[in-house]
Write a protein that binds this ligand. Structure first.
Ligand code: PMP
Length: 293
């Protein structure tokens, strides 16, 4: 059985799920998206993802033709139609079909797409051993040019950084901003642990306000672990006791090597493991429930 894809209120078999080649999402990356996960029939932090989607859309003056409630209902409908208990959900809103020019006024109707799929995880081995990653030359988009808070369909900035990491033989890249400070990874936020405290770059350094990042900050408050949004340099990464990355798809994954330096003792740290287990607990209760018949 093929997966069903939601396009503008209707469900299509994957083979028949098609949009126009004149869609400005394709021609110009003119649109916004969210990556969401469901765990055992619970869409984790769905309201937070929907809020961020609408904020991205508001910022680029993109009309979302559904209310937030209708959008939540459509996500649930798509998951149910695909009988998926555990899923990765890609929610996309594009400017819609226009002509070959940039003019967004030519796009009369924005296009809402939802693709649900089985979740593909990094191998468990990497969570146990940790990742080795590198900083790369491509800097994160300037907030004054294209603000990283806008989760737009134009991910070329991140893809270039990913290519640089892959070319160097690594799976993930740390992106700096134009001032040389740490921003984030290509699809994840970054945290360091130093002397029992947690640090992550503030948004103005060029990172997306990740929903997993927010949850980690919430967990740290619950565990009474001091957490700071602070400007970080490469040096601070290199001398950290622990480093981990956070994101919807990856959840929390340890990083044990950066630019050839060993982080801590080269193994996932105690606090990182604590955050992984607390985060996994929180995925069981924070979200929108649905049922599959
Ligand atoms: N940074 C970037 C650039 C991302 O694309 C993502 C994934 N959406 C994240 C960080 C992590 O955000 P979240 O925890 O909301 O998935």
């Amino acid at each position: 059985m093929g997966f069903k894809v939601y396009i503008n209120g209707k469900l299509f078999e994957k083979e028949n799920a098609k949009i126009s080649v004149f869609d400005h999402g394709l021609l110009y990356g003119d649109g916004v998206f969210e990556g969401i996960r469901s765990y055992n029939c619970l869409v984790f932090k769905l309201k937070e993802h929907i809020d961020r989607l609408y904020e991205s859309a508001q910022s680029i003056m993109l009309n979302v033709p559904l209310s937030k409630q209708e959008m939540i209902a459509a996500v649930v409908k798509t998951l149910k139609a695909n009988k998926l208990k555990d899923a990765y959900i890609r929610l996309i809103v594009t400017r819609g079909e226009g002509d070959l020019g940039l003019d967004p006024r030519k796009c009369k109707r924005s296009c809402v797409i939802m693709i649900t799929d089985k979740i593909v995880l990094y191998p468990e081995k990497l969570y146990k051993q940790g990742l080795k990653i590198i900083t790369v030359p491509t800097v994160r988009n300037l907030p004054e040019a294209l603000n990283p808070q806008i989760k737009s369909l134009n991910y070329l900035n991140n893809i270039l950084a990913k290519i640089e990491a892959i070319n160097a033989g690594y799976e993930e890249a740390i992106m700096m901003n134009s001032l040389g400070y740490v921003a984030e990874c290509t699809g994840d936020n970054i945290f360091i642990v130093k002397k029992g405290r947690l640090y992550t770059p503030p948004q103005c350094m060029g990172s997306l306000r990740g929903i997993t990042r927010d949850e980690v900050l919430k967990i740290s408050a619950k565990l009474k672990i001091a957490a700071h949004e602070q400007i970080l340099t490469r040096h601070e990464l290199f001398i950290a006791d622990e480093v981990f990355l956070t994101g919807t798809a990856v959840e929390i994954i340890p990083a044990v090597g950066i630019d050839g330096r060993t982080i801590g003792n080269g193994k996932p740290g105690k606090l990182t493991l604590k955050f992984i287990s607390e985060f996994r607990k929180s995925t069981k209760s924070n979200g929108v429930k649905y049922t599959i018949s």
